[in-house]
Write a protein that binds this ligand. Structure first.
Ligand code: ADP
Length: 506
């Protein structure tokens, strides 16, 4: 019997992306399909997603609690501000042909800005309802709303899907089929915590609102709902899976995660070869590989020109492609820029976020015109140009669930310089003498979140640059590494199998 998986998430590359979550939603489902699973996505009908989906198949109304067969008061309550009853439209992602349900609720999703923040960077005031409806629709599909396609597994991603697990818990009836449930934490720091007064509006019964349920210090936590009521939990790297069970990285939920340790798995994200392959990347032509690096030399010259850096082929070009936040450790960067430039390096930054970090980097550009460049904003094409053209990509993160740009850097021969946390610790091996000697080195790793440690790693990068043959062999090793979705998909199938009744064979 084919395993049916309902894959619930809030963003999807290339239609709607704020971070790595979108890349995973594009990469993992096709890899699960390639391994024999029947996967359907469920996403809110944000404008970018509507534009990229071809409707095909049924439309289903999403009934409210109290409708025939559903407990009264359970699930988000209809409010007149939101127009007619929300509905699900079946379709396919036009570009990939992947089957999808889009959840329409006219007042909730058809708006400008990103899925979580308004144009002023503030959370949408009705964020809780937006994602309660997503969870409710997931729970109803899991419970058989579409008689023609009933999932064996409901797999939700990040806090936006958290209430699905609580609603499914409430809908479960002994002796009736229920789907197995898996929840993936992409970032524990974003938890979806809302005022307890919203409970009636979200249809969360008293039986869920206690310390062993979804209550978090007197508030409603979507993240905690998922951690408490899912059958299995995964996160996006083995090291992050360990880190979040401790107080330092547990964001107040480490106790809950320790209780669930037996069902907590770390599965490293993959790289989508169709998007991030230096040989075929349409945004980086002519392409290159480990044996033919002329295309990388050209990409560096193009990047320097595009970002207003001096056209110096010998400058060690460091780069950042990131949200500019303290999570990413980028508050440390301005303090090392003078040193980096004095040593003959250049720096190209693409990102946006924290105003203070942006301002400090602007000051660096002013101090070092032609050697330091900053582009504020989100630019997919430039991101490819930076990762292809730079020599080093920086991720000095405070915490990093997986990190994708270091994986892209490895693939493009752009050596990652990272702090040893989360997925960075799992994927980057420092150019220490012993690692150079055994051939495992692929980048630069530092331990402490402070300026001296970061500077030490920068100095190792300059030292390796002066040893051209060593640089070349480290780069060659980096470019040969593969972090594919097929391996990750097999690991997810194993997790599904661990929570499925025996009758279903994934
Ligand atoms: P996070 O999800 O925490 O932001 P990840 O490393 O998991 O970090 O994923 C970030 C993704 O977003 C990568 O695909 C990266 O290339 C992309 N990205 C980040 N900032 C930008 C930007 N300013 N412009 C284009 N792409 C960006």
């Amino acid at each position: 019997m084919t395993l049916k998986v309902l894959y619930v998430c809030s963003e999807l590359f290339p239609l709607l992306k704020t971070g790595g979550l979108a890349d995973v939603s594009a990469g993992l489902p096709p890899a699960l399909v390639a391994r024999g699973a029947d996967v359907r996505l469920l996403l809110p009908a944000f404008p970018g997603l509507v534009a990229g989906v071809t409707p095909e198949g049924p439309t289903l109304l999403v009934p409210a609690g109290g409708s025939p067969g559903l407990p009264a008061g359970l699930g988000p309550q209809l409010s007149t501000a939101h127009g007619p009853t929300p509905w699900l439209q079946a379709g396919r992602i036009t570009e990939s042909d992947m089957p999808v349900w889009l959840l329409h609720a006219p007042g909730l999703y058809q708006r400008a800005g990103n899925p979580y923040l308004d144009e002023h960077g503030q959370p949408w005031p009705d964020s809780a309802e937006q994602f309660a409806w997503l969870g409710w629709a997931a729970a109803l599909l899991g419970n058989g709303l579409d008689a023609g396609w009933r999932p064996d597994v409901v797999h939700g991603h990040d806090w936006h899907t958290g209430l699905a697990f609580a609603y499914l818990h409430e809908l479960a009836r002994p002796a009736e089929p229920r789907p197995a449930t898996v929840f993936t934490v992409h970032n524990l720091a974003y938890q979806g915590v809302f005022d307890a007064s919203l409970r009636p509006r979200l249809g969360l019964p008293d039986g869920l609102f206690h310390v062993q349920g979804l209550e978090f210090h007197g508030q409603i936590s979507f993240m905690k709902a998922a951690l408490k009521y899912s059958d299995a939990i995964t996160t996006v790297s083995p090291t992050y899976a360990r880190e979040i069970t401790g107080a330092e990285q547990g964001c107040g939920l480490d106790g809950v995660l320790r209780q669930r340790q037996a069902q907590l798995h770390g599965i490293l994200n993959g790289v989508d070869d169709a998007v991030w392959n230096p040989l075929t990347d349409p945004l980086v032509q002519p392409g290159f590989d480990a044996d033919h690096l002329q295309g990388k030399v050209l990409a560096k010259a193009r990047l320097q020109q595009r970002m207003g850096l001096e056209p110096r082929a010998d400058a060690l070009l460091f780069s950042v492609v990131s949200r500019l936040t303290e999570q990413k450790g980028l508050h440390l960067l301005p303090a090392v820029v003078d040193d980096l430039v004095q040593r003959g390096g250049q720096l190209a930054v693409l990102g946006s976020g924290d105003a203070a970090i942006e301002q400090a980097l602007r000051d660096c550009v002013r101090r070092h015109p032609g050697q330091v460049a900053l582009t504020v904003g989100y630019d997919e094409a430039l991101a490819h140009g930076v990762i292809a053209g730079a020599d080093v990509i920086l991720l000095p993160s405070r915490f990093e669930p997986c990190g994708l740009t270091q994986l892209y850097g490895l693939r493009y021969g752009t050596l990652p310089l990272v702090r040893a946390v989360g997925g960075l610790a799992d994927t980057v091996v420092d150019c220490s003498l012993e690692h150079l000697d055994d051939g495992s080195a692929n980048g630069f790793v530092f331990q402490d979140l402070d300026v001296p440690s970061l500077l030490g790693a920068l100095r190792r990068a300059f030292a390796l640059q002066r040893r051209a043959a060593d640089w070349r062999s480290v780069q060659r090793h980096a470019m040969a590494l593969r972090f594919g979705w097929p391996r990750a998909a097999s690991d997810y199938l194993r997790v599904y199998a661990s929570v499925l009744p025996d009758a279903v064979d994934p």
